[in-house]
Design a protein around this ligand. Structure first.
Ligand SMILES: O=P(O)(O)OC[C@@H](O)[C@@H](O)c1c[nH]c2ccccc12
Length: 266
């Protein structure tokens, strides 16, 4: 059911000639009580799928904006357990698939089986676990498969071709194409052959390929979408939610969608 929810959500936008837009938010930034309303807002604003981050004390892949959001959430006392419980509470009210992004440590602390179970009960459709290499994923992958939860793999710029093949083959839900060598956060430019890299990933992957890391302007969204199925935007969304600049987010999603359409037409 959950993997299918992801597939349907992507198919719907792609069949319309649109591209996917996946915002990332940090659960508990501003207090966990705000999560339901934030999800509602992004759903209504046109997000295809939503990535929900779990705050962690040692977020090795994250840049300053997301690190700070994580610290704020941890100060609110937010835990993985509390996030899953909250997601479960308003599960029936949302119609957007949720992908949870968490480092491996909180999953181990929770217990893999109990975690997979709680994700299913909470209506989580997929998982991103950035510090879990392919070689280590077996145990978690088996438990998630049993619960029909997609394990979304990340393709990095530095992976050799055979490894990218393997990642593209194994990934479920979508392939997360990391666009930079480094951490999350807004940037001004991407490396020259990124478009080629995205096109290569598209060619070897059967599920949608989404580009993420450093995407923060409608122009970047438009450029990157021309060679893949859509984008993930984190830091820009986290920052705007924190500063309560909601119209900025709406404008960005609108412009992004228009830009993506234009990139298909041209
Ligand atoms: O913040 P950015 O640069 O827009 O990047 C996306 C991102 O925030 C989100 O997908 C994410 C947040 N933390 C991560 C850790 C690993 C992989 C992905 C993520």
């Amino acid at each position: 059911m959950s993997k299918q929810q992801l597939q349907e959500a992507f198919q719907k936008v792609l069949n319309q000639g649109d591209k996917a837009f996946v915002p990332y938010i940090m659960a508990g930034d501003g207090g966990l009580d705000r999560l339901e309303e934030q999800v509602q807002f992004l759903q209504e604003s046109g997000a295809t799928v939503l990535e929900v981050g779990v705050p962690f004390s040692d977020p090795v892949a994250d840049g300053p904006t997301i690190q700070e959001a994580g610290i704020r959430a941890l100060q609110e006392g937010v835990s993985l357990r509390a996030i899953l419980h909250k997601l479960q509470q308003f599960k029936e009210k949302r119609n957007i698939p949720i992908v949870l992004m968490t480092y491996l440590n909180p999953i181990y602390a929770y217990g893999i089986e109990a975690f997979a179970d709680a994700c299913q009960v909470a209506g989580v459709s997929g998982l991103i676990i950035p510090d879990m290499p392919l070689e280590e994923e077996h145990m978690v992958a088996v438990q998630l498969k049993e619960k029909d939860i997609a394990l979304i793999r990340l393709a990095s710029l530095t992976s050799p071709p055979e490894r990218l093949q393997e990642i593209a083959k194994r990934t479920e839900g979508f392939l997360y194409a990391v666009t930079v060598t480094g951490i999350t956060g807004a940037r001004t430019g991407f490396k020259a052959d990124l478009q080629e890299h995205l096109a290569e990933l598209k060619a070897i992957c059967d599920v949608p390929v989404l580009a993420g890391f450093g995407v923060s302007t409608p122009q970047q969204v438009k450029e990157l979408s021309s060679n893949c199925d859509g984008v993930v935007v984190g830091s820009r969304i986290v920052d705007a939610l924190h500063k309560n600049k909601r119209s900025d987010i709406q404008a960005m999603i609108r412009a992004a969608k228009a830009g993506q359409k234009a990139s298909i037409d041209s």
